[in-house]
Design a protein around this ligand. Structure first.
Ligand SMILES: [Zn+2]
Length: 282
């Protein structure tokens, strides 16, 4: 197994209107995977979802799905948890229609509490979400809590890893651009990459660490808040540089899934990452 590379949603250069055409286009470019975007809500119908899934299987593209952005597992209000559970189940249903094995979910917001208090709300909430997934027959879908880019969001690396200790089916969605932005640029470069990957292995074990899910893009940040906006690889004012991460993953022989979230050039930049990674394999 080697690492997989693909875009989040459709790049500006995508020449078709329908995502059903995306897997064939990505396969022809030399990419491996595709993250279907439901960030603004799960609005995809069953017929479309099944067509995307069939096209992906035909093109040899593996699929994941991004659940709605507004999910907040750290909200202590029970109504909020019920709604979040509903959104996650809807995302799992669409993923199931597509044959997508992974659903990415945002961890939540601090809402003026300490990080520990927010995490202590999110942990039992996620446990409840998992049992709801089991009841609905979605136990085979891996939920992927994501590291978040704003400082007042729950989801630094340790918080996401702690969430993932709840259940074997949880896969960390490590957004390296987000970690770079929330650390105001500290988490980049060879040493930081090695430290982050070591940490994943320390908490989740070698087997689970090797197949983590990932988002990657360069991200501009502000000193107070963290993440400001996603950039393209051509923009050089901000990082992180993908090269040290590609080298570290190749050296370890790991096979994570890298979803590129560059602003408009996500397919091209995913291919750049794949070439960097491949050049480190030899
Ligand atoms: Zn996300």
């Amino acid at each position: 197994m080697s690492a997989q590379f693909g875009p989040a949603g459709n790049a500006d250069s995508f020449p078709y209107k329908s995502s059903v055409d995306a897997p064939r286009w990505l396969g022809a470019l030399g990419l491996d995977c595709y993250e279907y975007q439901c960030g603004k809500g799960v609005n995809v119908g069953e017929a479309t979802a099944r067509s995307v899934g069939a096209a992906a299987r035909e093109a040899g593209i593996s699929l994941s799905l991004h659940a709605p952005y507004f999910i907040n597992l750290a909200n202590p209000d029970p109504d909020s948890l019920q709604k979040a559970t509903g959104y996650i189940l809807a995302a799992c249903r669409a993923a199931d229609w597509m044959g997508a094995a992974r659903v990415v979910i945002h961890s939540g917001a601090l809402m003026k509490r300490t990080r520990r208090e927010a995490l202590d709300t999110a942990l039992p909430a996620l446990r409840q979400v998992l049992s709801a997934c089991d009841e609905e027959g979605f136990g085979h879908i891996a939920l992927c809590p994501e590291t978040m880019g704003k400082i007042n969001q729950l989801g630094d690396l340790d918080e996401v890893l702690e969430l993932c200790t709840l259940d074997e089916r949880l896969v960390p969605a490590i957004d390296f651009g987000h970690l770079y932005a929330r650390s105001l640029g500290a988490l980049e470069g060879e040493e930081a990459c090695e430290r982050m990957l070591d940490r994943v292995e320390e908490v989740l074990g070698a087997h689970r660490a090797a197949c983590f899910h990932s988002h990657f893009s360069k991200i501009a940040f502000t000193p107070n808040g963290g993440e400001k906006m996603h950039l393209t690889f051509d923009q050089t004012d901000f990082g992180p540089d993908p090269a040290p991460l590609m080298a570290a993953v190749a050296r370890r022989g790991w096979s994570p899934t890298f979803i590129c979230e560059s602003a408009g050039t996500q397919a091209e930049d995913a291919l750049t990452m794949k070439r960097m990674y491949q050049s480190c394999l030899t």
